[in-house]
Design a protein around this ligand. Structure first.
Ligand code: RB5
Length: 143
């Protein structure tokens, strides 16, 4: 799967930790930045990742800032983006099963790296259940 990933300085270290594991799982990663611990403005990375997802150049996106909150607010402004801010395994899984989340947001200052890795694994492998959930998503984003 092609995955777009982005962070601000608050999520940079967690992104650096996760990238090799995601690549090892067989996914192709496009990192839109940031590329150092220097302070940046998270809406820019959210914009870049969601553009790749909405343009079909990435199937999914992962966005990490300090809390995950700014990234999720910014990403969800885009029609067609279903960004889920998750900090444990249950919501990461349910965001795929029931919400067909196409962007996973996490807080690099909130969760540990091993938990984040397990969340990414479950999020990348859990399918959308469709059925009644498809109808509900259509109410959010009508055709
Ligand atoms: C940056 O200091 C911080 O505000 C940002 O990473 C994020 O947590 C915003 O929601």
């Amino acid at each position: 799967m092609k995955i777009a990933i982005g962070s601000d300085h608050g999520g940079y270290e967690l992104k650096v930790f996760l990238k090799p594991f995601i690549a090892e799982m067989g996914h192709e990663l496009e990192d839109v930045g940031c590329f150092s611990r220097d302070s940046v403005d998270y809406p820019e990375q959210a914009q870049a990742v969601t553009d790749l997802v909405l343009g079909g150049r990435a199937e999914r996106g992962i966005l990490i800032c300090g809390t995950g909150i700014g990234m999720s607010i910014a990403a969800n402004r885009k029609r067609g983006i279903r960004a889920a801010l998750c900090h444990e395994l249950f919501t990461a899984k349910m965001s795929r099963l029931h919400n067909d989340s196409n962007v996973l947001c996490m807080g690099g200052r909130v969760i540990g790296s091993e938990l984040a890795l397990e969340m990414v694994k479950i999020w990348l492998t859990t399918p959308f259940e469709e059925g009644r959930h498809k109808r509900r998503l259509a109410l959010i984003d009508p055709a």
